[in-house]
Design a protein around this ligand. Structure first.
Ligand code: NDP
Length: 340
């Protein structure tokens, strides 16, 4: 079985490619430039001709994926802007939406063998209105329309994460709309996976913490650098990078996943609680003052939780706990010499 992975050099995508190869799939990874594929060629060299790399320069161009989708049995669409250089919301929205619709269009025209397409969406396409002072639970019936509205009104002035949420919401909606419109003419179905923050060791070549992808940068900032109480009290929901990769592979063949959007989340906590847990797991790093302890007695009130029942029911495997995630994540930072 041959699988096209777009955005193959990304943090999560490298784990998806690795998991696919470990499970015996053949992979075609798409990246934006030959240079971006360099690390991939080195890292996955032991897999020989089980993996190949193609360049898709501009995913906003019509037909960008026309060649890449030929002769593959399934697609994992992961390319989407997470950190753009300017304040224009279109820098997120255009590549997110056109990239997603574009790869579906290409699959419709040229993907004769494609049976399933997995779109890496996000809880960003789910998160709705927050209510101060109470815990809101979101599930797959919710959509990030609030972010879309804010971006419509505020444009470039909207907060970066709101622009990101709008881009993921519009991209996932566009995917479902496309599928609905063409369902009588296509032989593949669609799965959207909606992870919250993804944490765990990176397979990317990173020199300094600033090279981390967004979610791991958030982890680094909130674990390794002093933060004000409001940041420490803020909520995050999490899943390990290995588990979101396993879910991507399982989503290629799991019958019940077809036609579904699925939250893949292990749980919710606050950053201070995360520090408290890290301090109990690695007292050495805190005794030596390498990691900041924060304010251990801050309230633990959660602002939002993503209900993970559907994903657990469909895929039925146990996710790594926050303890396991933290042990691996801190070991990764340590090995890179970032906790000196
Ligand atoms: P990365 O930033 O590591 O990966 C993003 C990938 O998308 C890279 O391959 C990047 O290519 C590509 N990309 C970004 N912008 C463009 C563009 N304009 N045109 C073509 N390719 C582009 O992030 P992650 O691995 O974290 O994210 C992968 C996917 O998972 C994304 O769709 C993201 O929204 C989603 N996601 C991530 C979560 C997380 O916590 N990490 C949580 C929920 C969803 P290049 O290197 O060339 O820029």
């Amino acid at each position: 079985t041959k699988v096209l992975v777009s955005g193959a050099n990304g943090y999560i995508a490298m784990w998806v490619v690795r998991t696919l190869l470990e499970k015996g799939f053949t992979v075609r990874g798409a990246v934006r430039s030959a240079e971006k594929g360099k690390r991939l060629r080195e890292y996955f060299q032991p897999y020989g001709d089980k993996v190949e790399w193609v360049v898709v320069e501009d995913i906003t161009k019509d037909g960008a994926y026309d060649e890449a989708v030929k002769d593959v049995d399934a697609i994992e669409h992961m390319a989407s802007p997470v950190t753009p250089p300017t304040g224009d919301p279109d820098d997120y929205i255009k590549p997110a939406v056109h990239g997603t619709v574009g790869i579906l269009k290409s699959a419709h025209k040229f993907g004769n063998r494609v049976k399933r397409i997995v779109v890496t969406s996000s809880v960003a396409a789910i998160q709705g209105h927050m209510i101060k002072g109470s815990t809101v639970t979101f599930d797959e019936s919710h959509w990030g329309d609030e972010a879309v509205e804010i971006v419509k009104v505020e444009g470039a002035k909207a907060p970066e994460m709101t622009k990101y949420r709008a881009s993921k919401t519009l991209a996932e909606r566009a995917a479902w709309d496309f599928h609905k419109q063409y369902q009588t003419k296509i032989q593949w179905d669609l799965v959207a996976l909606n992870p919250p923050f993804v944490f765990g060791p990176s397979l990317q070549e990173l020199k300094v913490p600033a090279d981390l992808n967004l979610s791991m940068d958030v982890a680094y900032q909130n674990l390794c650098i002093d933060q004000p109480d409001d940041v420490l009290q803020s909520t995050h929901n999490y899943i390990s990078v290995q588990d979101i990769a396993i879910a991507h592979v399982a989503a290629l063949s799991n019958k019940a996943a077809g036609g579904q959007r699925i939250i893949i989340s292990e749980g919710a906590t606050t950053w201070q609680e995360t520090r408290n847990l890290a301090a109990s797991l690695r007292p050495d790093l805190y005794a030596s003052g390498v990691l900041p302890r924060g304010n251990p007695n801050l309230p633990k009130d959660l602002q939002f939780i993503y209900n993970n029942e559907k994903g657990k029911k469909i895929f039925g495997f146990k996710y790594k706990t926050l303890e396991e995630i933290l042990i691996e994540l801190l070991a990764d930072f340590e090995e890179r010499g970032w906790l000196a």
